[in-house]
Design a protein. Structure first.
Lengths: 296, 296
């Protein structure tokens, strides 16, 4: 059964990613928290805290099913249907302000009415934006996309710019990446081709993040950089709690709160109306938190 | 003009409260940040940081007007109207985990169609709930309410329980207080009587909070209490960004972000699935974060 195949592949991906991150971190170990959903299915939340490089993060797998929550039915203009959803969700908050925050989600959704699709994305939130690092990230994602369709990267890159946007700050969350949803079978793609694309995205996560862990973890930093990191984490919280559709949907529909909010940083700060100095690295970063930058 | 009278009274209240808090704090001074709203009106955000007792807080006044934002028109089932809104909003985050977080809002709203009303509330969020302190708070609020109508306190207390509720945690934000909205002229009250009630609520804020500042600021605390305070502040962030209608409305309608988010704590932490030990003061507090407790 296709959905079981996808579920198993995602479960394997979670294992692979956890192993790769533990290896690179050298100290932090994922703890597994297996949970069941009353209405059907469940998940395995893997949480890492107090690593060498990763301060707090989660690599969550879930496969849930049952009667479709009212909110999804409304969005899909359906009266009544069962659903199945499986996916892997990751957010990692590094200790060093020189290592970026990363997020990935890959998911598969299937309705008893017959429709089904893949969705997901990866985006990077450097506390300090370094152009070479940003270019590398987008080059990696573009390569994954180009392998499947030349139209994927431009479309999904713009989608990420629009999605990971903190409207009330008029700032992007970070340097974006790719975001896609409702990738279903159509005249150009089979569902299996969509799945192969999602697999390639998923496989790319660990090598990409290991690149930054290796390259940036030993860069020196001072208290002022940590202060800025805390403020940027505050923005991350604002995005996730105010704008992120997945978070809102999960909290609205009685999802598992601790798994949804594993994306929260270990520590976030707020200072009233903080304005970085002209010419400072903080100001340079702020000036790059906008949509439509062609990093490649 | 009634609305000008209300606006001026609120402006005076802001001054009084800032002066009282500075006197009690002994070190922190409010900085005034005066802003204008492109569509009409503006405000004065007064922010205090790094006080003796108050670590971060704001006492905001605003008086705005213009064409009614689409979202309000929809809620009021109106096609087109101008609006006027004025109010004072306060959130104070104390340095000591033994001093509670406090919030107050008093507001007046008037539509060009003729309808007008008062709204507001005060609620207290102790990091550690002490029953005597909770009783004192509710007694003070009950006294203010009872002076105006015997039905006010029971109704507004329950309204606060329902409003200041973190649904995805199944916890109240704190010990509640009073919350009220749409207090307009009717067969029982004139608009001026409603105003007198709101004035009494506003006047009560400074004495109530000074009581806790005096009584609790010198209580001893250790790192474990600060850790818990940081977690509770995380819950405060969750409530304000996910559930607070005023915050959501402000961020949705292009309100002044820094004034809206002055409610954010200076530092908030998240730990995955933190469970306080049975019998600990943290667990006792958690057990009291529920609706329907009769504190009086």
């Amino acid at each position: 059964m296709f959905k079981k195949e996808v579920e198993n592949w995602f479960k394997g991906l979670q294992n692979e990613i956890c192993a790769a991150l533990e290896e690179e971190d050298g100290k932090g170990k994922f703890k597994s928290d297996i949970w069941e959903r009353a209405e059907g299915g469940g998940g395995d939340s893997r949480v890492i805290e107090e690593g060498n490089i990763i301060e707090k993060g989660g690599v969550n797998f879930s496969a849930v099913h049952g009667p479709t929550p009212q909110k999804i039915l409304e969005a899909l203009k359906l009266k009544k249907a069962d659903f199945f959803a499986t996916g892997v969700s990751i957010v990692l908050h590094p200790r060093s302000p020189m290592v970026p925050i990363i997020h990935m989600n890959v998911r598969y959704f299937e309705m008893s009415t017959g429709v089904s699709w893949f969705g997901g994305g990866i985006d990077l939130t450097p506390h300090y934006i370094v152009e070479d690092d940003a270019r590398y990230f987008h080059q990696q994602l573009k390569a994954v996309c180009d392998k499947h369709h030349s139209g994927y990267y431009p479309k999904f890159k713009q989608w990420a710019d629009d999605y990971f946007f903190i409207k009330h700050r008029n700032e992007t969350r970070g340097i974006g990446g790719i975001f896609f949803d409702r990738l279903s079978e159509n005249e150009d793609f089979t569902l299996r081709q969509r799945f192969e694309f999602v697999k390639d995205v998923g496989r790319k996560f660990a090598p990409i993040y290991r690149h930054y862990m290796q390259k940036n973890q030993s860069l020196p930093f001072a208290k002022e950089h940590l202060d800025w990191q805390r403020l940027r984490r505050g923005r991350y919280v604002e995005f996730n709690l105010v704008w992120d559709k997945g978070t809102k949907f999960g909290l609205d529909t009685n999802g598992r709160t601790e798994s949804i909010l594993m994306s929260m940083p270990p520590e976030a700060n707020w200072v009233y109306n903080y304005q970085p100095k002209e010419g400072s690295p903080e100001k340079q970063t702020l000036d790059l938190l906008k949509k439509g930058i062609d990093w490649v």
